[in-house]
Design a binder for this molecule. Structure first.
Ligand SMILES: Nc1ncnc2c1ncn2[C@@H]1O[C@H](COP(=O)(O)OP(=O)(O)OP(=O)(O)O)[C@@H](O)[C@H]1O
Length: 249
């Protein structure tokens, strides 16, 4: 039992096709409960692939991924009720309103109608979207869509929330609202597992980080300890020192 850990990965390997090179190679990682954990790496390093493996969207055949002690591949229902996922690509229906989308996803999570209604009202208010609650999402700005994507991801009050580049393409106002909201739900108990290329934002949000490159974790720790250890004064410098300056894509 690992009561302290929200996530434990051991020797995880993954290839998209049997014959192709492994994207994730014998990767091991631990994230403590209550952390605001950030996973960073160059384009193509494997962040989205790892997110998909951690959340059960991709099947794995080699190694282990445990969320709150439950092996992801064997505990689909538990995982569905325990985690939230805010994917990089929007996962909602553009023709529907935010309220209709939240009704749909709330039902998928198995929430009661009354709970869906109150959660929807609360989240739309917190995200500054109440006035647009009944407009189709295709009419929304990029920042508003990102806020709806986040609201859908937290409808089931997840113990662990996975976020794949949750603020890509948003303005400063939406970014601030999203980051403040994430800090609030973390203070209330939700563990955050986040990935982004916005390193300034990450410095503000993350208490612990890991760098991934070539399908494996190359370093992990608290941001302050890693900066001190590598004599850097920011995440960007640390990132370049450890992953180099060559293009990866
Ligand atoms: N569906 C797929 N089929 C085959 N290869 C894929 C697929 N998705 C991703 N890859 C490959 O897997 C590798 C890792 O991709 P992934 O999207 O996980 O990286 P990433 O770190 O999230 O990159 P980025 O920062 O650009 O989002 C890349 O070489 C990519 O081309």
């Amino acid at each position: 039992m690992s009561r302290q850990q929200a996530l434990v990965i051991e020797k995880l390997s993954y290839s998209y096709k049997k014959t192709s090179r492994p994207i994730i190679q014998e990767l091991s990682l631990k994230v403590k409960k209550g952390s605001r954990f950030g996973l960073f790496g160059p384009n193509g390093a494997g962040k989205t692939t790892l997110m998909s493996l951690m959340t059960g969207l991709l099947p794995y055949y080699s190694g282990s991924v445990k969320l709150l002690d439950a092996e992801v591949k064997n505990n689909k229902e538990f995982i569905k009720h325990t985690i939230g996922f805010v994917p990089q690509d929007f996962s909602f229906y553009e023709e529907l309103t935010p309220a209709e989308n939240m009704e749909f996803f709330g039902a998928w999570y198995g929430l009661k109608k009354t709970a869906i209604k109150s959660t929807t009202q609360h989240l739309l208010k917190v995200m500054g979207l109440s006035a647009m609650a009944n407009r189709p999402l295709k009419e929304f700005s990029g920042g508003m869509k990102r806020r709806v994507n986040l609201a859908i991801g937290v409808m089931n009050q997840p113990a662990i929330l996975f976020l794949d580049e949750p603020t890509v393409g948003v303005d400063v106002q939406s970014r601030n609202a999203i980051i403040s909201f994430l800090k609030e739900i973390n203070a209330a108990g939700t563990t955050l597992v986040y990935t982004s290329h916005q390193l300034n934002e990450a410095e503000d949000l993350c208490t612990e980080i890991a760098l991934i490159d070539g399908g494996g974790i190359i370093t992990q720790g608290t941001l302050n300890n890693l900066l001190e250890q590598h004599q850097q004064d920011g995440l960007e410098g640390l990132f370049l020192q450890l992953t180099g300056r060559a293009y990866r894509d």
